[in-house]
Design a protein around this ligand. Structure first.
Ligand code: MN3
Length: 237
């Protein structure tokens, strides 16, 4: 397969998640934001799906105020500055991520667009009182892919702890199999044609105020008390 054909195939794959994002109703699209319209609209920080203190004691309101209110906001603001006056202004966020992913001279656009998307996805991946027992097709796929729910949790925790430096750990769907993958810095499964079901942010800013260097404790709290499995199931194709 030539590099051009491979690139075209990748591009087609990266566009696939757009459909489910549009249906699931949380996609960050400038034209959908209140007070904005048309091609000149800027991205806005999407509303959190719960109060900033709703995930306590596992994620503190103080962590959320910095992580959502400062870090996520900064990615959105920086992205708006970078794409102002370019053909990406007013385009869906997923399109900006996909198109900047393999443009070496657009690393800043990709980093900020992907981080804006990753964080919106991360907030949806959690809920107060999460981490319940899995059921239905998602449970079947977890058992088929990992050999059981506990084995999945071990794989997810191991990947999260093994991510050297800043990054993300994900549950992704690849055909009729599920996989745990980790990505470095802003990188995102969407840029690799993978359908993300769930993510946990393992940048230090995600957990340091509450857990300091104990990343594993944070990830275990995420799995046991915060995971929004209904959201993950809604992403299955
Ligand atoms: Mn973060």
């Amino acid at each position: 397969m030539s590099a051009n054909i491979a690139r075209t195939c990748l591009r087609m794959l990266t566009l696939l998640p757009l459909v489910s994002l549009a249906i699931s109703g949380w996609a960050v699209e400038p034209s959908a934001m209140p007070g904005t319209s048309g091609a000149t609209a800027a991205f806005q920080l999407p509303p959190l799906p719960y109060a900033q203190d709703a995930l306590e004691p596992y994620v503190s309101a103080r962590t959320m105020s910095f992580h959502y209110g400062k870090h996520h906001q900064a990615y959105v603001d920086t992205l708006n500055k970078l794409i102002a006056g370019t053909p990406w202004a007013g385009q869906p966020l997923e399109k900006v991520v996909a198109e900047s992913a393999d443009a070496a001279d657009k690393a800043a656009v990709f980093n900020n667009a992907a981080q804006a998307w990753n964080h919106a996805f991360f907030w949806q991946s959690m809920k107060p009182g999460g981490g319940e027992k899995l059921a239905g097709r998602l449970l079947e796929l977890v058992e088929k892919s990992f050999g059981g729910f506990e084995a999945f949790k071990d794989a997810f925790t191991t990947a999260a702890v093994a991510q050297f430096g800043s990054g993300w750990v994900w549950l992704v769907q690849d055909g009729d199999r599920l996989k745990v993958v980790k990505t470095l810095n802003a990188d995102t499964p969407m840029a690799h044609g993978q359908n993300a079901l769930l993510t946990c942010d393992v940048w230090e800013h995600a957990y340091y105020l509450d857990y300091q260097n104990r990343r594993k404790d944070f990830v275990q709290a995420f799995l046991d008390h915060l995971v929004n499995w209904e959201f993950a199931a809604s992403r299955l194709k």
